[in-house]
Design a protein around this ligand. Sequence first.
Ligand SMILES: [Zn+2]
Length: 344
Amino acid sequence: MPLMKKPAKIQRIEVPVPFPPGSTNCYFIPGSAPTLIDPGVYSPEAVKSLQTALRELGSDIGDIRRIILTHGHSDHAGLAGAAAAKGRAAVFVHRFDENRMLVWSEKVCNEKAESFRDIFEKAGVPEEIAAKTIETILDRFRKNFSPVSDMVLLEGGEVFSFDFFELRVLHTPGHTAGSISLFDDSEGLLLAGDILLEKIVPYISAELKTPMGRPHYLALEQYQKTLDLLGPLPVRSVLPGHGAPCFSHLQLIERLKRNRARRRRRILEIVKSGEGGAAGMSQFEILERLFLGASRGGVLFMGISEVRGCLEVMEKEGVVVASLCRGRKLYRLNSQNHTPQEAR
Ligand SMILES: [Zn+2]
């Protein structure tokens, strides 16, 4: 019997994205149930590039049987519906990110617009800037997501079987509430989506609606728990959502923790500066000082998510106090319960 060459286990395909960071990693797993993890954004360039790469690997979009999404952001998931429609692939996404997949529908887009308005109003974003930003975001939703009808919803704990190995679903919320990682215990391979990235600090998305079953969902708290969950795993290589594989996940986790702690200290310094007056400062005012006014346009929501995420945890810990003033949430230092090491 001739020796059969064992095919490569997981193939990385870089799919172009028309906004930073410029590309997303799609992972292709050949075999009897050809599978894509994060097909990428929905754009003619991305479809073409994915199709070309698959053909070079001896496959075709139409052959794909499973599409697994690490989370519901457009640069990872926008193409899922179109790719599934070319063959007979099932689309798997965590149930907390299901709603993110439905923004191709005008009805869902309009609902989201309302939620964005509410978030921006509470954050103290000036009306004109908020309106422009929401238009930009909705425009991206309409362009970058293809319609997807049937989705299989994940909880975490499921196991996907392949010809030579298995991938276990880990629910790793924080970047989004429904972010998952996929872990191959046998070789220590961790497909981490946007949870662990080397060149970018993954932002913690504010959720427009409180995820089901999580009445007090705090994105940053969840992200920190996720890092604590991934740390002890016997990971040998991280296959991230963007950029090259990384072989030292513990160093990466430590760096991401340090980075966020630094950001929290900086936010606290800004709140402490008292520039907002006795009533305190809004998330937008803090963000303007944190990134020196650079957080505008499409990235404003990321900036607000980040500042809000840090403040929510600091409020829970009693480091800052918040009050509602004409629709805006204002933050000031909690002088009664001040954590000294935070203030350094
Ligand atoms: Zn993402």
